[in-house]
Design a protein around this ligand. Sequence first.
Ligand code: FRU
Length: 486
Amino acid sequence: MDKNYWTTERLNRLYKDWPADRIEELKTQIKKSNWRFGYHIQTETGLLNDPNGFSYFNGQWHLFFQAFPFGGTHGLKSWTHMVSDDLVHWENVGKPMVPDTKYDRHGCYSGSAIAIDDKLFLMYTGNVWEKMNEVRHPYQDGAWMDKDNNITKLSEPLIANPPKGVTGHFRDPQVIKHGDYYYAFLGAQTTEEKGEIVAYRSTRVDGGWEFYSKLDIGNDNLGYMAECPNLLFVDGHPVLTFCPQGADKKSFKYDNVHPNAYIVADDINWETMKLINPSKMRQLDEGFDFYAAQGINAPDGRTLLTGWLGLPDTTYPTDDEGWEGGLSMVRELSLDDDKNLIQTPVAEMKSIEDGPEDTFNGMEVDKQSLIDFKINPDADNQVAITAGNTHLVFDIDSDCQKLTLHRKDVENDGHDETRSIRLNNGKIENCKLYLDNTVFELFINDGYKTMTGFFFHEGTHLNLNWTEVEEMRVTKLANLDINGSK
Ligand code: FRU
């Protein structure tokens, strides 16, 4: 799509004002794509970013995502609504929440959901430009969803202004209940342009919200804005995930344009809003494209999380095809004895395994495959997926403490980009690589580290080669064609 097409008017056009055939045109174009996913959530058309409103309600899992359906660019955002019985097979409800009030005119930005009796409450940021692209006014808005998935927005915002000392960068409420109160954690930027996470609270969810406190996380390296905070409990410990944009790389290493970080603590003091004995800040995922993760403490006792396959301020080759972005598989979180976060695909993912493949070096792998390998501790190991001139290569050095991922795809004009992880306290023993055509999610040592990203390959055939790997298993996975047009 010609860059000039995306005028401010088109980027902010109300959904009702787009010509009806726009979506149909995009669908026709997207059908020709070679890069669509099989079992990852993708858009039908247009752009997808953050996961929103992840919840269990009315006997189903609900997951929304930030969407701009009219093209592969960051236009006026809405919430697309997906539901699932098993966290794997997702269906589009077809009743999105779109920006159409004076409190969300320029975007229904990110937020969360909480089930209360027979309704689901959505809390989100309504983005409003007071002066286009210069002065933004964030409202924190609310909506109720009934059992038929009909969403009714509240007529007035829940929080009409940022708190004292905070700029217009104030968004992404995560609402949770503790004791007698509902708490909302929000990402904020101070007037000194520092990132911060703040808490509001109220005894009822749809009104009475008051500023409560800044969240003291024992770290002030939150850059100039902390997006998408989530306070989760994993095995009883608080785990805070957030995106500190512009965090200083000297004390917190990351290679992506913006990181998604986490901190594990022993406890949280709800009176002082202080994390007790917080860990250092760590990267939630160490691959190329993972951001704005949202997690929940699910009613079945699990802590679940999914992230946006994509990054802000980044373009992707699919933009020209009229779509962009995806959501990661849903991951279950746990902690090991040293309070490291362990992430594994939810057990339900097993249901799409189609049985083992006849596995041999050089084989063509299905676009939807699970490649499971054990590391030979006495050698340099290498596993490579190649397609034409493009490749995704995993190198594990002979002392097995370092894994380097090389990506050469059509996105960066053929040069090799790398990401690496290093273990300080052990060896890399096993890897599970979930491949979904152009998406990969790598789980190292049963989820001790993860590396997620895109691989925009050339050509339709994906071949698998390896050297020195101790054991290799390939399993075909089902193509669920979520939001697709198979
Ligand atoms: C993170 C983010 C959020 C915001 C949303 C808008 O990717 O910038 O802070 O609510 O995306 O789409």
